[in-house]
Design a protein around this ligand. Structure first.
Ligand code: FAD
Ligand code: SIN
Length: 529
């Protein structure tokens, strides 16, 4: 008999969005927090630069709002932008109260660093490993809270809805999730009055990505299958400066290196090339810097470009970037004297499950927060360090909405166990590995930084074939974590390609040679299941 767990509220994901929601809800309710692997395995732990907020004298909410809207290229929802940015100082204060040791600056102020697209210094940080400090503080508080049960190593497979009830119903209300226990290999049932998706992004759809292994878009795919609209999936952010190294494939070099004076150079000549592309030079928004690097790499047949901060005093470099300095020393690069070889890599999923300002999705009982969502904050391109902020603000907002509307949320009905009667153990694991590799490579080559309709159509053709193969495999064999992820990657890649084909213009992160102009009226791409 499969295990059945019941909570007041279920949170899928233990990163900044999920744990913020859980800590708020735990003031009144019993909360279960599921993680696909270890609790710290999400992107939150990997964040380097920091969190954007208006904290410097002379800076204003209006300025942060304008910077966010400029980066978003006309597609931001102004209400969402104002909501998040005006909530930022309080969200940072809450983290500080939980013990996050933000670096201090002059007087009793925090030290603020600078990143591309920001017209002020406004990034609070903990050295160059902010995410790790945030994750540890949130995790410790959640661990210590008697109302929170942390459940690692559970791979959510599908959301539970009417058709999973013991008395079949056509209701689209979400009652929880089926999740695979990595330890036992059995699928367990988790039910709750409300469920919050906080499963992070879909970076692993691409061959090169700064995102962690688990960023396979599971929440986006699960919500889509459960009938929720998904929006703006064509806007994949590529970070300009991922370390180029044949062994270490996805180590980010924070934008703060450029914020503190780092320069991008052609390795063969030492020429600083960003002034040729944008007046903001190295601190232009990411899409512009990533495209400039891509252009120079392709034009000159390079493997990488150089990011150089060695003109700054060595103690300044070591003090600001202790982790990057140490990590690169291990690889034989002393960044106080040598440039860093870098290439662009997928970094952030701007699109996602459509939510309102309370974190509500289209499915009753289902909320979402963080990178899994399209909240209207980022538009066509995310401003640096606005995403941890989005996690904190929408994690809290969705929890508050659940608490304020508790009496309207019905108890979950009796749910059927996961049905394994028609499947057997796989005898061809190689199919999964092959499909993973194929998908990530053609997404990189055909749906990358610079697109064309022809390449997108090639990708669409391939994803249709893969979808059929993976569906056949899924119907025949018992689920494994890799199979669950592959099924979701195929779903999400399809959403990205369809969204990209739908947009007949270049805007923000979506740049296509066939439609180089930006249309006068901005419109979201909204896909309806
Ligand atoms: P995550 O922190 O990614 O957590 C996702 C959670 O969902 C994990 O617990 C995972 O186990 C769980 N999960 C996923 N699928 C399932 C499933 N099927 N079943 C159960 N659980 C599941 N942003 C900034 O604002 N500032 C920065 O400096 C910054 N630096 C970054 C550096 C790097 C290298 C990267 C990759 C990103 C960076 N970002 C930064 C982006 C930011 O880190 C993320 O957008 C943010 O942390 C996402 O948080 P989240 O809570 O939405 O998801
Ligand atoms: C970085 O540190 O460059 C990443 C910041 C971000 O992704 O917001």
């Amino acid at each position: 008999m499969a295990e059945h767990h019941s909570f007041d509220v279920l949170v899928l994901g233990s990163g900044a969005a999920g744990l913020t929601a859980a800590l708020t809800l735990a003031q009144q309710y019993k909360v279960g927090v599921l993680a696909k692997g270890g609790l710290s395995d999400g992107a939150t732990s990997w964040a380097q630069g920091g969190i954007a907020a208006v904290l410097e004298p002379g800076d204003t909410f209006d300025s942060h709002i304008e910077d966010t809207m400029i980066a978003g290229a006309g597609l931001n929802n102004r209400q969402a932008v104002e909501f998040v940015i005006e909530s930022a100082p309080e969200a940072i204060a809450r983290l500080a109260a939980l013990g996050v040791p933000f670096n201090s600056g002059e007087g009793d102020q925090w030290h603020l660093t600078r990143e591309g697209g920001h017209s002020h210094r406004r990034i609070v940080h903990v050295d160059d490993a902010t995410g790790w400090a945030v994750q540890q503080a949130l995790e410790k508080s959640a661990h210590d809270h008697p109302n929170i049960t942390l459940v690692p190593d559970r791979v959510a497979i599908d959301l539970i809805m009417g058709r999973h009830q013991q008395r079949f119903s056509t209701s689209g209300r979400i009652h929880g999730v089926y999740a695979l226990n990595r330890g036992t290999g059995l699928v367990e049932t988790f039910t709750a009055r409300a469920t919050i998706l906080a499963t992070g992004g879909a970076g692993r759809t691409y061959l090169y990505s700064t995102a962690p292994r688990g960023a396979t878009g599971d929440g986006i795919a699960m919500a889509w299958r459960a009938g929720c609209r998904v929006s703006n999936m064509e806007f994949m952010q590529f970070h300009p400066t991922c370390l180029y190294n044949l062994e270490v494939k996805n180590f980010l070099i924070t934008e703060a290196v450029r914020g503190e004076g780092g320069q991008l150079k052609i390795p063969t000549t030492g020429e600083r090339f960003m002034p040729r592309f944008d007046t903001r030079e190295e601190l232009a928004p990411r899409d512009i810097v990533a495209r400039a690097i891509d252009h120079e790499i392709k034009r000159l047949g390079l493997d990488y470009v150089h990011l150089d901060i060695s003109h700054k005093p060595p103690e300044f470099v070591r003090e600001h970037f202790p982790n990057i300095h140490a990590k690169l020393l291990e690889l034989g690069i002393d960044i106080t004297t040598q440039p860093i070889p870098v290439v662009p890599a997928q970094h952030y999923t701007c699109g996602g499950v459509l939510i309102d300002l309370d974190g509500r999705t289209d499915a009753p009982g289902l909320y979402a927060a963080g990178e899994v969502t399209q909240s209207g904050l980022h538009g066509a391109n995310r401003l640096a360090s606005n995403s941890l902020l989005e996690c904190l603000v929408f994690g809290e907002a969705s929890a508050r909405h659940i608490m304020a509307n508790w009496d309207g949320l019905p108890d979950p009905p009796p749910i059927r166990d996961w049905d394994e009667s028609r499947v057997t153990d796989s005898d061809e694991e190689v199919v999964i590995a092959q499909c993973w590799r194929e998908l990530r490579r053609f997404m990189w080559n055909f749906v990358g930084i610079v697109r064309t309709t022809k390449r997108l159509e090639r990708a669409k053709h391939r994803i249709d074939l893969l979808r059929q193969e993976v569906q056949d495999y899924y119907s025949a064999f018992r689920v494994t974590p890799d199979l669950v992820e592959l099924r979701n990657l195929v779903e999400v890649a399809d959403l990205i390609i369809r969204s990209a084909l739908h947009r007949h213009e270049s805007r923000g992160l979506h740049y296509t040679l066939d439609y180089p102009k930006t249309l006068p009226v901005p419109a979201d791409t909204i896909l309806v299941p």
